[in-house]
Design a protein around this ligand. Structure first.
Ligand code: SF4
Length: 62
């Protein structure tokens, strides 16, 4: 499964970083970095919950 960020929407508030710092990070320019290209299927539920927690709905899990 893949997780993508809509950079037009992302406000770099770090909610997703706090929930899964091994997957998400913010760089020096406060741009969201997704550390893993493909997330193992076992984490789909967790990452879907994180995507739903993004206050501006910038994350898509597919
Ligand atoms: S929770 Fe949403 S707005 Fe916040 S850093 Fe993550 S993708 Fe961006």
């Amino acid at each position: 499964m893949n997780i993508e960020v809509d950079r037009e929407r992302c406000e770099a508030n770090g909610v997703c970083v706090g929930m899964a710092p091994d997957v998400f990070d913010l760089d020096d320019q406060d741009s969201l970095v997704i550390s893993v290209a493909h997330v193992v299927a076992a984490r789909e539920s967790e990452l879907s919950q994180i995507a739903a927690s993004c206050p501006v709905a910038a994350l898509t899990v597919s």
